[in-house]
Design a protein around this ligand. Sequence first.
Ligand code: SAH
Length: 494
Amino acid sequence: MRSQKQEMKGLEPENGRRSERSESRPFFQEKKMEYRKNDTVTADIIDLGQDGAGIGRTEDGYTLFIKDTVPGDRVEVLIIKVKKSYGYGKLKQVLKASPDRVDPPCPVARQCGGCQLQMMSYPAQLAMKEEKVRNDLKRIGGFENLEIQAIVPMESPFRYRNKAQFPVGMDRDGNPITGFYAGRTHTIISNPDCLLGCPENWEILNEILDWMKNSRIPAYNEETGKGLIRHILIRKGFATGEIIVCLIINGERIPARDELVARMRKIDGMTGLTYSSNTSRTNVILNGPVKPIWGQEYITDILESRAFVISVRYQISPASFYQINPVQTQRIYEKVLELADLHGNETVMDLYCGIGTISLFLARKAKKVIGVEIVPRAIEDARRNAQINGIENAEFYVGKAEEVVPELEQHGIRADVAVVDPPRKGCDEKLLQTLVRMKPERIVYVSCDPATLARDLKYLTENAFRVEYVQPYDQFSETVHVETVVLMSRVKEK
Ligand code: SAH
């Protein structure tokens, strides 16, 4: 969910990852094949690319990237783009289905593209993610025989998202619709029931569409810049059942408010209705303050660890960053706490701390926690959440971790244990250098990209740390993303 691009050299997307790949044969054939756009060819899918598209080989070894295919499939493909040594194809039909292929439960899975892996069985998705972690650690980090724990799966691979944002538009008959943008377009395809979202979304969206129809409230039209309702944001606290809705409007005023409020109040768990004005011709959804219409402006959620008897409450507004899958998040945080192995006398740094979710967990078991995060609003949330929970041993700093931590170091502040949870591009090398100088006993690394994780672990192992434990988690089923928690300990000087 963190969309920073990989920027580091040496991390170009790897296009084939299966270990059975023959080392002697170049992955992309040198010989130029005589394929042209609009040719129809047969290909065998041998692997998955970074973005979840299948990697297919034609009979004479030409490589094609083909969305909606599964390793093990034999498919008929329409070539849509030809490059020198590889091309892109569109699936025409599956000639022989892979044993891992399933019928996607969502009827619009292919059009939407939000779920890259819905046509793959859940066990196969898990195996693929585990393999990705293993392979990146080996290929980029040089870790040959590292023990990697089996990936922690979700109980059910659907309905796990606590947050949704739906664009609103009009169909050809002038009726308001909501759903998702088709492929890379801004054409809305009607689907008020995304299977990754919570079941309440459907009722909420239908009530809002019905209210718009009844009161003749037009949806926003991106081309003309006219119309009122642009987006509907929904957030649910899974532990509390609280729901908050935020309408993004192209204007300042919502007509027929009372009817809308009455409709929302009927919905179980509805805690508050808010809106935010956005009159700019932009793709940014939320770009102004969130204002109340009815009820609370935030929801409360609780993350807890039974094993450590910890429970932390968080107030989350429509604009706050908050983990999307709270069930797996809780498991990850519990693991962080276990690996941090705190006894109550440690200073712990939580770097890239967001709204302080991990920090407040750690604070219950440490002497002191220092959280560092680049987004000022997130730090405001972190401080407020510390207060709500009566936590007084957590301090938060706004800034880049790679700048704030060296400054803290200059003031003689060091960490006994450091937790890092960076975006996809991983940790800045300056931060890693500072951590190496600071000599914490342990570093717990929470990663959302195994490639940058491998790069950073390599740096740390070359600088007196040792990888002790690697645990992948599936936090976003049906998508290619995988999270990994790693414990590193400092190698003592002799
Ligand atoms: N630990 C938090 C958030 C992790 S997401 C949680 O579990 O919820 C990564 C966070 O890193 C984001 O909040 C992002 O704003 C922040 N970030 C990105 N670059 C940063 C930098 N250079 N220094 C500090 N924080 C950064």
